[in-house]
Design a protein around this ligand. Structure first.
Ligand code: GDD
Ligand code: MN
Length: 385
């Protein structure tokens, strides 16, 4: 954990224990110019969590107004330990602030919530209880599950954007978001272990507002449960989300979806090329030392190239994504590699006679298509995430 730098980490009153000690719950609250909300927020949090709840609050602040002052004053009034980390730069905006906060905690549960009271603090005990009781690794406070409400979305425009982005995210990540009705929620409780897993991989780089989506897609919590709540109207001040934030969301979705695919496709292609070596060597040996017909020798040599590729892809490239058993992976891979052989000729002929391409560009096009198709099948089905 980073040492508290007196310039930045101004640990404030309440209890004497800093947030770095292994406590039960840390409530991480990102703030950007929320001076008018802090007092009410901390009062409500403190009222919701009776003493003995082993909770503390950590503000990650990027404000340019007197929010830090407000936090110090309010913290002195309540029994809960409150810490404040004022960031020198606003790196990563809301998402960056929340990640910094998460990384500065060591508690078993991390709760993330907004400072503007759109997320009712009265839900806090239920959020934790639900997690402890159900054994879930992530508890999402949801506006869209039975009993929840998005009443506080103040304009038809925000209702529309919220609905559309939720549907889009669910369509793009059907497996990861199964059972999650509100993946855009900014109010949730997550177990330390889940986040740790990703921190070590240095994998969490949320873009913009959608921290929860990033955590679910990248950390894949084993069990997720939801708790209904009513999204209130803002207590004071105004929302910091902008149209640019919407664009950032699309970029974020794209990055999460394609995460590393270009790199994998290149590695996949290089491995494929390296397969020509064993392929040609075996072909040479068979045509020199046996009486096999050229086409038979070719087909056999192809299997050696395929096996070489399989070993590299299975043991190196997709080592971390082996979900199916070894036989299925091998049979699937072999089937795809041999389907190539069968497909190349008819598709090339089709391109030549159907589209009038000359043989060389037609063959090149076919090879690219076949490669892309094989990569997609391997990446999406044989070694799915
Ligand atoms: N540290 C920091 N830095 N905090 C920020 C920043 C930033 O750049 N931008 C916003 N915040 C803080 C705000 O001060 C507030 O506490 C919280 O993040 C949410 O910001 P709002 O501006 O109130 O966001 P919103 O109400 O539009 O969006 C909320 O609801 C959405 C669901 O409708 C957020 O919780 C979203 O994550 C959520 O998807
Ligand atoms: Mn808000």
């Amino acid at each position: 954990l980073p040492d508290p730098d007196p310039e930045q980490a101004t640990a404030t009153a309440g209890g004497a224990t800093p947030h770095t000690v292994d406590r039960g719950i840390t409530i991480v609250i990102p703030t950007f110019n929320e001076a008018a909300n802090i007092d009410e927020l901390l009062s409500q949090i403190s009222a919701a969590l009776p003493q003995g709840h082993d909770a503390s609050v950590l503000f990650v602040d990027d404000s340019t107004d007197d929010t830090p002052e407000g936090i110090r004053k309010a913290a002195a009034r309540i029994p809960l330990p409150v810490s404040l980390y004022h960031r020198p730069d606003r790196v990563g905006g809301l998402g960056g602030a929340v990640m910094e906060g998460i990384m500065r905690t060591e508690s078993r549960w991390i709760v993330v919530m907004d400072a503007d009271l759109q997320h009712p603090p009265s839900l806090l005990p239920d959020l934790i209880d639900r997690g402890e009781r159900s054994g879930a690794e992530l508890v999402v406070a949801s506006r869209y599950t039975d009993g929840g409400s998005r009443r506080g979305l103040d304009s038809w425009y925000r209702v529309l954007v919220s609905g559309a982005s939720t549907s889009l995210a669910k369509a793009l990540f059907p497996r990861a978001l199964r059972g999650v009705s509100d993946p855009m929620s900014g109010y949730f409780a997550i177990r330390r272990e889940v986040v740790d897993q990703a921190q070590h991989a240095d994998a969490l780089r949320p873009l913009g507002y959608k921290i929860l989506l990033e955590l679910i897609v990248r950390c894949r919590p084993r069990m997720i449960t939801e708790l209904a709540y009513e999204f209130h109207a803002r207590h004071a001040g105004e929302s910091k989300s902008t149209f640019g934030e919407g664009l950032r969301f699309l970029h974020h979705l794209f990055r999460l979806r394609s995460s590393g695919a270009v790199g994998r496709a290149i590695a996949f292609g290089l491995i494929g090329l390296s397969g020509f070596l064993p392929n040609l060597a075996v072909l040479w040996a068979l045509t020199h030392y046996t009486a096999l017909h050229y086409t038979a020798a070719n087909a056999i040599a192809h299997q050696f190239g395929m096996a070489w590729n399989f070993v590299l892809i299975d043991k190196v490239l997709y080592r971390g994504r082996r979900r199916l058993n070894a036989r299925t992976r091998f049979v699937g891979f072999a089937a795809l590699a041999n389907a190539d052989l069968v497909i190349v000729l008819p598709v090339t002929v089709l391109l030549v006679s159907g589209l009038g391409l000359s043989p060389v560009p037609a063959t090149a096009t076919t090879l690219v298509l076949v490669f892309a198709l094989r990569f997609l099948c391997v990446d999406r089905f044989l070694y799915r995430r």
